[in-house]
Design a protein around this ligand. Structure first.
Ligand SMILES: Cc1cc2nc3c(=O)[nH]c(=O)nc-3n(C[C@H](O)[C@H](O)[C@H](O)COP(=O)(O)OP(=O)(O)OC[C@H]3O[C@@H](n4cnc5c(N)ncnc54)[C@H](O)[C@@H]3O)c2cc1C
Length: 478
């Protein structure tokens, strides 16, 4: 059980952090107390913005001594309200925004050492400056920060080739709930000293400590890329196309993002300056990116030839390959604006599911039909990272209904139906967004006693006072 901070601890924090690092001003705190989608609203006793790891350590030590809850926050783009405090107003909101230095960049180790508050697109730019890149990207790249990406084990659009954050974090520095500092910022590619605290902290959603910096894997910069947009009739054809392109290009394919006609229409409706890439209507669309490092053959020729062959065989209906960087960016904008367009389109019962890649096409067809039959008039809007088996499967209210009221009334039943459908196909109810607050009930319902027991044992071992991000990820004992 955590406590509200008293005047003594608040004064101690204010003294230690100074005016730039401590505020209780309602207007200054307000933007950080709701989640990105504006569904969950919380309150905090103070907003703390430390400038360095020593200050984070001082915060955690004071909080641990007084049993006060800490909610770590990066860019606050969580899709599951993971960085939103409860409404009690007793927690300290700990923002990593000011810790935004890139401490080192090494083209010899192929590693960047970035502080927790570095924004993803700033890391991309810094890596490009030494002829390297950090191969993880997502629609929130201008806001999401390294610590949030680590703490949610973020995925994004290049998982197909480079994996999630778990595959990209080489070392970690963190302050544990005890207030001790874990110095694990090495650039070692091999380190077999038993249990891996780095991997425990990745995906821990702030429940096991505060990540303060990380060593991150870099790969060679892109020498040339082919970005294509393909129209086709169904997701089975899309998967067949992916396997054909992989066979024809080695491991050059790094993104394979699918969206049906209704998602493309939603983007065109809500995002200014976008337009349909192909003439004609296509039930499904796929955005493909293939890359090659400097010195390797440009993938444009191979992708163009393979798509022409696929069109000749009737596998796809139409395609374009971008002929300029501006055109490539315009195609990517259509994909990366989906979350923003959805926000404009209104509430939906949302799901971030994973199934084995081979199951995705059947899941999309059968899952959509099953949901629309069970919940009369509802409409499925499903899109995502087809190449890695992760689909954002969202269910909208029937046309003409009050969307918010419908989601409030039917949402829990829709969630349970979709998650059971996914579980029956060997899938997961959280592919890349984590559990946070919004998936907690469903996670508790479906996780099973062994998974939950291990989760609680790890939490109790590292955070026996329960001060780190309470109410997120770890379901309470019922
Ligand atoms: C437009 C849009 C597109 C998106 N696309 C994708 C996508 O393709 N793939 C994907 O995986 N996600 C996606 N997301 C979700 C989101 O961007 C990611 O979850 C991201 O990793 C969150 O980073 P953040 O810095 O905003 O973290 P926050 O939202 O601030 O926090 C996320 C979690 O991490 C914890 N945390 C933050 N900092 C620390 C720290 N220093 N120490 C310990 N815990 C900490 C928080 O407590 C919280 O539980 C998208 C979001 C948006 C808005």
């Amino acid at each position: 059980m955590t406590c509200a901070p008293d005047a003594t601890i608040l004064a101690a924090l204010e003294r230690r952090l100074g005016p730039k690092g401590f505020t209780r001003d309602a207007a200054a705190m307000e933007p950080w107390l709701s989640d990105w989608r504006g569904r969950v609203h919380g309150a905090a006793a103070a907003l703390l913005s430390p400038a360095n790891t020593d200050e984070v350590q001082a915060i955690v030590q004071l909080a641990a001594a007084a049993r006060v809850a800490i909610v770590p926050q990066g860019g606050n783009t969580s899709m599951v309200a993971g960085a939103t405090p409860s409404t009690s107003g007793n927690a300290l909101l700990l923002s990593l925004r000011r810790m935004n230095a890139i401490r080192a960049l090494s083209s010899e180790d192929n590693v960047a050492v970035a502080e927790a508050g570095v924004i993803l697109s700033d890391l991309h730019e810094a890596a490009a400056g030494i002829g390297r890149r950090f191969p993880l990207s997502l629609g929130a790249k201008g806001s999401a920060r390294i610590s949030g990406l680590i703490s949610t084990n973020a995925g994004g659009t290049q998982v197909l080739r480079f994996g999630t954050m778990r595959a990209l974090v080489v070392g970690i520095e963190a302050v544990l709930p005890s207030g001790e500092r874990f110095d694990g910022l090495s650039a070692l590619r091999k380190d077999n000293r038993g249990y891996d605290l780095r991997q425990l902290l990745i995906g821990a959603e702030g429940t096991l400590g505060v990540v303060t910096a990380a060593s991150l894997r870099l790969v060679p910069a892109i020498g040339a890329r082919a970005v294509a947009w393909v129209g086709l009739s169904d997701p089975h054809a899309a998967l067949a196309l992916l396997r054909r392109l992989e066979a024809g290009t080695g491991d050059a394919i790094e993104s394979f993002e699918a969206m049906p006609a209704n998602v493309l229409a939603m983007v065109l409706r809500h995002i200014p300056g976008t337009r349909a890439p192909l003439a004609g209507d296509h039930a499904w669309n796929v955005l493909i990116e293939a890359t090659a490092p400097a010195g390797a053959p440009d993938p444009v020729e191979a992708i163009t030839a393979l798509l022409a062959e696929a069109a000749g065989d009737g596998l796809i209906e139409d395609a374009i390959v971008a002929t300029s960087e501006a055109q490539a960016e315009a195609l990517w904008k259509l994909r990366e604006s989906i979350a923003e367009a959805e926000r404009g389109d209104g509430p939906a019962a949302k799901h971030d599911i994973a199934v084995p890649v081979s199951v995705v096409p059947d899941f999309l067809v059968e899952g959509s039909a099953a949901v629309e039959q069970k919940f009369a008039g509802s409409r499925v809007v499903a899109f995502g990272h087809l190449g890695d088996g992760n689909i954002h499967f969202n269910v909208m209210a029937p046309a003409g209904a009050d969307g918010r009221a419908w989601v409030e009334r039917e949402g829990p039943a829709v969630n349970a139906f979709v998650h059971d459908f996914v579980a029956a196909r060997g899938g997961s109810l959280s592919a890349e967004h984590g559990i946070g607050q919004l998936r907690l009930t469903e996670f508790a319902r479906t996780a099973g006693p062994v998974r939950l027991g291990v989760l609680r044992a790890i939490k109790d071992a590292l955070d026996p006072l329960g001060i780190m991000n309470p109410g997120k990820l770890v379901p309470p004992l019922s």
